[in-house]
Design a binder for this molecule. Structure first.
Ligand code: SF4
Ligand code: SF4
Length: 254
């Protein structure tokens, strides 16, 4: 049994013995307002899981309820062929406040990526020089790529970046003092080419399910900013057409 929130539980289908009624999930179905707990087979399929989570988000917005009581527990979902990402998605659906929901998802993804970086340690710092610098590829500087910069708008400039300096969030102990998801998703050309190390948002159905195309740009391209700034940007309402939003870099935090 898995805790969904303060009121409801999720049951693994392997523990279900027909003790209470369930509603079989169907992507095309229109459900009535009150229904028994929802049974969903996520089929270990990322694309199908994203469709299921998107449908569940719509059902929650329409206040369609699913619940079955058994042994003093209130079950909302009975699930099969799932992973941690799906559990976190179900928990996120049931958080009403949008800022709290985004923070929950952000923290979850950050902790997944942080574990990967810590376990694989691809940058392999030695005397404050990362592997790309030590091998004289991609960059030549201490502290790896923790340098903030701006894009120049001068037409005939030799470089397209300007105002380069150490990122203000780099602590004295060389640890990052904020939790920046864009930085966590960034892998330099050296890591991609020589260490075969890359991280993709599309591997996380929870991002694909909860965030729009504009919000994914916000998550991907806001290096050198704090977690709070990124969450606030995610909450911004912007009706600009996507292409204009993209070309005008409106996803960047000013
Ligand atoms: S991502 Fe690449 S450039 Fe940045 S610290 Fe790691 S090895 Fe160095
Ligand atoms: S915000 Fe990014 S660039 Fe700045 S210290 Fe943290 S990881 Fe490095």
């Amino acid at each position: 049994m898995i805790l969904l929130n303060n009121n409801f539980e999720i049951l693994d289908y392997n523990e279900y013995n027909n003790e209470f009624p369930i509603t079989i999930f169907n992507l095309e179905e229109n459900y009535s307002e009150y229904n028994p707990a929802l049974f969903i087979d996520f089929k270990n399929d990322i694309n199908y899981s994203i469709s299921c989570i998107k449908k569940l988000i719509c059902l929650e917005k329409k206040n369609i309820n699913f619940s079955s009581d058994y042994n003093n527990f209130h079950f909302k979902y009975v699930i099969k062929n799932y992973n941690d990402d799906i559990i976190k998605s179900l928990q996120a659906i049931n958080i009403k406040d949008t800022k709290e929901k985004y923070t929950f998802i952000y923290d979850y993804i950050f902790s997944c990526l942080d574990s990967i970086w810590k376990e694989k340690n691809p940058c392999n710092f030695c005397n404050n020089l990362c592997i790309a610098t030590r091998n004289k590829k991609y960059i030549q500087q201490d502290d790896g790529c923790c340098y903030s910069f701006e894009y120049t708008d001068k037409l005939f400039s030799k470089s397209f970046i300007t105002n380069k300096k150490k990122c203000k969030y780099l602590g004295i102990n060389k640890q990052c003092t904020t939790q920046n998801l864009s930085c966590k998703f960034f892998t330099c050309p050296y890591l991609k080419k020589y260490e075969n190390f890359d991280l993709k948002m599309s591997d996380y159905p929870i991002i694909e399910s909860f965030f729009s195309k504009k919000q994914k740009l916000i998550l991907k391209y806001n290096f050198f900013h704090s977690k709070d700034e990124i969450i606030s940007k995610l909450l911004e309402k912007d009706s600009t057409p996507f292409l204009f939003y993209y070309y005008k870099s409106k996803y960047r935090i000013k």
